[in-house]
Design a protein around this ligand. Structure first.
Ligand SMILES: [Mn+2]
Length: 436
């Protein structure tokens, strides 16, 4: 061994000794650090953290976990191989959930509806996405129908009657959950209607869209499956007897081949409201017309995001100028409370055409509105609500314009049935907030 190697050996031996000098001898104990749970409590997600479920809801793989029960489920249908123009709606469920992160149960009270849909006694969860094959539309259609039927036939979670209309609507008299589907292009509604038909028979459709979606086909469609697209699925649904002759479109403004399209549309079972009708007749008249059209039939609500003006919601496959605002659509949907809804969707959300994530807030608002709509149909539970009787009370009790009402049931319009109450002093802020 050379002197140099000997020196290296000596240095490494000293280094090893220095390392082991830090070790704690066996037998000593290490003090256990305080755990997160004992120091900070539950693992509560921030608005920007946590798993990606709609509005931080409980997430469950409901299709494989057959023990999962719910009253209302959010279900993603990432399918976009039925589009005629710009694809991308397979990322719709992801975009909607991503945009919903600022919302949560604890901050879900809606002033317009007068309640928090997550705190009304029903179990609402996110059931994840249907794993839809993107290479074979025949297979994809079957997957969507099987998935929807799987959830539709699951027992409701609540141990008492959930829906105001009870089991009356279903052919077998059994209560069913309600599903809010996140598209996906509009074709997803055909397998949904097939599934609903087995339980309820034909349903009326309230269809918010710039387009009719009742066309009988596109030029060049030669195979049976190629007849089924996001612009023809209602025609096929009518052929199969899935749609009642009491359906209605709202927000129509697309170009037509000609007036023959309107005749065809009526034969498929639809009346229609144009986007201009809101200027000529107003929101109230539109609500009245939709309610009269569907009456007390089982109703399916389908919301194509392209009903909103593309200046507000450009992230969709076939945008059309001159649409309604999100405020107008929210108000119209709110006016439909109390109808016999059996399901709802928001479709044609294609986030790749979004600029600045503006659309995602819109999608979320749309989905929230649908949830509120379904909740509005649920049986009322005794609830605590505050209301302001400005007119009557200014006349009779000038110092008490605000009272707290206890143990009441909410009406469809968000007001309360008055049976017992406690007086509270007038509060300027309360009046500002509660006057509607
Ligand atoms: Mn559509």
């Amino acid at each position: 061994m050379t002197f140099k190697r000997l020196l290296q050996f000596a240095i490494s031996a000293v280094s090893i000794e220095a390392v082991f000098a830090h070790q704690v001898p066996l037998g000593d104990t290490i003090e256990q650090p305080e755990t997160w749970l004992s120091k900070y409590g539950p693992q509560i997600d921030q608005p920007f953290s946590g798993p990606l479920a709609f509005s931080h809801m409980t997430y469950s793989r409901c299709l494989e976990d057959e023990s999962t029960q719910f009253d209302i489920a959010v279900l993603g249908m990432p399918f976009d191989t039925g589009t005629s123009y710009r694809p991308g709606a397979r990322f719709g469920p992801y975009a909607i959930r991503s945009g919903s992160r600022r919302q949560r149960e604890a901050r879900g009270y809606s002033l317009a509806w007068g309640n928090n849909p997550y705190e009304q006694g029903s179990k609402i969860i996110d059931c994840g996405d249907v794993p839809i094959i993107p290479f074979d539309n025949v297979l994809a259609m079957d997957q969507m129908e099987v998935a929807y039927s799987t959830l539709l036939n699951r027992p409701v979670a609540s141990d008492q009657s959930v829906w105001a209309n009870g089991a009356r609507l279903a052919k077998d008299g059994r209560e069913r959950p309600r599903i809010v589907s996140l598209g996906g292009d509009h074709t997803i509604v055909l397998p949904i209607l097939r599934s609903l038909n087995k339980v309820y028979g034909p349903v009326s459709v309230i269809h918010f869209d710039a387009h009719l979606d009742t066309w009988d086909g596109y030029p060049g469609t030669v195979s049976e499956q190629s007849r089924i697209t996001h612009g023809t699925f209602f025609y096929v649904a009518n052929e199969e007897g899935l749609v009642s002759n009491s359906s209605i479109h709202a927000g129509i403004r697309c170009k037509l081949v000609g007036l023959g399209d309107i005749e065809n549309d009526e034969s498929v079972g639809f009346h229609f409201i144009t986007s201009d009708d809101i200027d000529d007749h107003g929101v109230s008249a539109i609500i009245k017309r939709i309610r009269e059209r569907v009456g007390d039939t089982p109703v399916y609500l389908s919301l194509d995001i392209d009903v909103i003006d593309p200046g507000l919601a450009p992230a969709t496959g076939t945008p059309e100028a001159g649409g309604w605002t999100s405020r107008e659509v929210k108000r119209i949907i709110r006016g439909l409370a109390g109808l016999n809804f059996v399901g709802a969707d928001i479709v044609e959300v294609a986030p790749v055409y979004d600029h600045g994530m503006f659309d995602s807030w819109l999608f979320v608002t749309g989905t929230e509105t649908l949830l509120l709509q379904l909740k509005s149909q649920a049986r009322r539970r005794p609830t605590l609500c505050t209301i302001s009787y400005r007119c009557s009370c200014l006349n009779c009790l000038p110092h008490h314009t605000h009272f707290l009402v206890l143990g009441l049931e909410m009406n469809f319009d968000g007001s309360c049935n008055l049976s017992s109450y406690l007086w509270f002093p007038k509060s300027p802020r309360a009046n500002q907030v509660l006057s509607r």
